[in-house]
Design a protein around this ligand. Structure first.
Ligand code: ADP
Length: 283
């Protein structure tokens, strides 16, 4: 049986997209005596797909321009509120100082949001990987950049030898960084966080589990957490923008992989993501 999509011409000369399924017809002895051909008109489906692709591109362009253009005015707010604090602190009363502190906290939070949103919108701007990436090297670089956080939290981070994988180094690093960063951030209070990263090739894909013994995630939020700006806690409880897991999801989607979490509240979480071998990724 064969299945493929192709283009055919109508009698009036116009073109249409069709999906063809060809299957063999056998006689009583199992000998192939012919072929059956089923053609479905998928012109409408194709045009809807093209519309969705265009809409996604527009949205991505908007997110990129908005987050990029917001950086400049935001920088001014930060710089001038810092200057006010430094140069005029003695002329300000307690209430003015408190307002200024709010202003600076807001600007720092907005800066984090804008930076993360920019990273999110840039995921598909990066060229797909042409060579296999050594995930051991990428993990080592990631742990290096997280070394202060690891030390501050006295976290134990261990890993097994990891496979070669068909993904851009920066993409793999972003996924590791978000998952390991979260594993440390959402640690069980008063307990040394233990994080384990493993990886294995199974069939035509690589699978990477990242496990922690942190606070865990309730079953009803297992999918929600991957949404943009979705957080289960307030900024006062845990810092963050709610964009990290959405970035992971977007990166993994780009390689036609999957990401999901298995967790039990109070007993830790295991995030798993897969990256298929195929080089056939969305451009
Ligand atoms: P952020 O950490 O900036 O809030 P993320 O998108 O990285 O955003 O995560 C979304 C939410 O998922 C977090 O706010 C947190 O509630 C939950 N979460 C993510 N990772 C973990 C983890 N390892 N353990 C428990 N909860 C987690």
């Amino acid at each position: 049986m064969d299945h493929f999509e192709t283009i055919r011409r109508r009698k009036d000369g116009s073109l249409l997209d069709i999906s063809l399924t060809i299957s063999p017809i056998r006689d009583a002895n199992g000998q192939i005596t012919g072929a059956s051909k089923i053609a479905r008109d998928i012109t409408r489906q194709k045009s809807i797909e093209a519309e969705i692709r265009r809409a996604n591109l527009d949205l991505e362009q908007f997110a990129f321009s908005a987050s990029h253009d917001l950086q400049e005015p935001l920088r001014s707010v930060k710089i001038y509120s810092e200057l006010l604090d430094r140069r005029y602190s003695d002329k300000l009363d307690a209430e003015a100082k408190e307002f200024l502190a709010f202003l600076r906290t807001g600007a720092v939070r907005m800066e984090a949001l804008v930076t993360d949103l920019l990273t999110y919108s840039q995921v598909s701007r990066c060229e797909p990987a042409s060579e296999a990436t050594d995930s051991n090297e990428v993990l080592a670089e990631t742990l290096d950049s997280l070394s202060d956080t690891i030390k501050e939290n006295a976290a134990s981070v261990t890993s097994d030898p990891l496979p070669l994988v068909q993904i851009q180094r920066t993409h793999l690093q972003q996924v590791f960084q978000n998952l390991i960063g979260n594993a440390i951030k959402y640690r069980t209070p008063h307990k040394r966080p233990t994080i384990k990263i493993t990886g294995e090739r199974s069939g035509h894909e690589c699978k990477f589990p990242v496990s922690d013994d942190g606070i865990g995630i309730a079953p009803e939020y297992k999918e929600t957490v991957f949404g943009l700006f979705k957080r289960l806690h307030t900024s006062a409880e845990y810092s963050g923008t709610g964009i990290g897991l959405a970035i992971c999801q977007r990166i993994v989607d780009r390689y036609r992989g999957r990401i999901w979490v298995e967790s039990e509240p109070g007993r830790g979480s295991t995030f798993r993501f897969t990256i298929p071998d195929s080089r056939d990724v969305d451009g």
